[in-house]
Design a binder for this molecule. Structure first.
Ligand code: NAD
Length: 281
């Protein structure tokens, strides 16, 4: 299951949508100089520029106070030219991440991390959903993986990937099991999976003896090792299953495409072209 061709198509659709909507604006906030965050943000801004989303990259010193950062979020909330706001995580320890995320206007929360948007997903009425899980679902749809009635196993329970992807699978009528670092006998769960989504951040932890023959496996992991970037799934799994996403080139390109797509969705919410289910006055 290659992500790049689908991601390219989604980006072309986003470019058409942006032309139709007029100007669409995305702002990112980065505190400090985490190297991985800088790389991810550069990719996001490049991708935004390619589809003519106007993007603003606010880099802030590590020493910024929580109140100052909240002030900047408030400014972006009030800025009519900004449709989407993304606070790049992690934030430094002296800043309460949850408080900052909750300060973002939910309609502009293109990361889908605000408690309102997380709650909407839990209620089965998704508004903004984190980009990586939406990308996983788009890949499964593209390759026509049956989800209704399927046994889906998610390895990882982060709020960024594991939990939201589990909710999306549940909404697609799969029977969902969520595994994590305290799961006893992981193989017993993974061997049962028709659809296996792995987001644990442990290099090649899923081996061929842990998967069901004919399954569809989505590898979300991105691990930097001496051997280069590897996923959470051993590539030899490909010999046993029907579908496997490569790393790199699988979920990664989808994440960025879906961020752009979420930004267009935010622009539609803000222009009243889509109803946002929250009275924000
Ligand atoms: P995280 O560290 O927040 O969460 C990891 C989860 O995996 C935890 O819930 C933990 O309980 C579980 N886990 C860890 N070791 C385990 C084990 N041995 N057995 C079972 N469960 C285990 O990570 P995250 O933010 O969810 O990211 C997960 C991976 O996905 C990372 O490699 C990250 O780089 C990658 N990622 C990729 C993209 C993308 O665009 N492709 C986006 C986000 C994250």
């Amino acid at each position: 299951m290659k992500g790049a061709p689908l991601a390219e198509r989604i980006r072309a659709e986003v470019a058409d949508d942006v032309r139709e909507l007029g100007e669409v604006g995305l702002a990112t906030l980065q505190v400090g100089e985490d190297e991985a965050s800088t790389v991810y943000l550069r990719l996001k801004h490049q991708a935004a520029a390619e589809v003519e989303i106007v993007s603003v990259d606010r880099k802030l010193p590590h020493a910024i106070t929580e109140e100052e950062l909240l002030g900047l979020v408030a400014d972006l909330n009030a800025d009519e030219a900004i449709d989407g706001i993304l606070v790049q995580l992690p934030l430094p320890e002296h800043i309460d991440e949850a408080r900052v995320i909750a300060a973002v206007d939910p309609v502009k929360d293109v990361d889908g991390f605000h408690p309102f948007n997380a709650g909407q997903l839990y209620l089965g009425r998704p508004t903004h959903v984190p980009a990586t899980p939406v990308g996983v679902m788009a890949l499964l749809a593209e390759y026509r993986i049956p989800l209704d009635g399927a046994r889906a196993v998610v390895v990882g329970r982060s709020t960024i990937v594991g939990k939201p992807v589990a909710h999306l699978l549940l909404q697609a009528h799969s029977t969902v099991t969520i595994c994590h670092s305290h799961t006893d006998d992981l193989s017993r769960q993974t061997l049962d999976a028709d659809v296996l989504v792995v987001a644990a951040g442990v290099p090649e932890m899923i081996t061929a003896d842990m998967v069901k023959s004919g399954a569809a496996v989505v590898d979300v992991g991105i691990n930097r090792t001496d051997a280069g970037i590897v996923g959470d799934v051993d590539p030899a799994v490909a010999d046993r299953v029907a579908f496997l996403t490569p790393v790199p080139g699988g979920v990664g390109p989808m994440t960025i495409a879906m961020l752009l797509s979420n930004t267009v969705r935010a622009a539609r919410f803000r222009r009243g072209l889509l109803a946002f289910p929250l009275d924000r006055r």
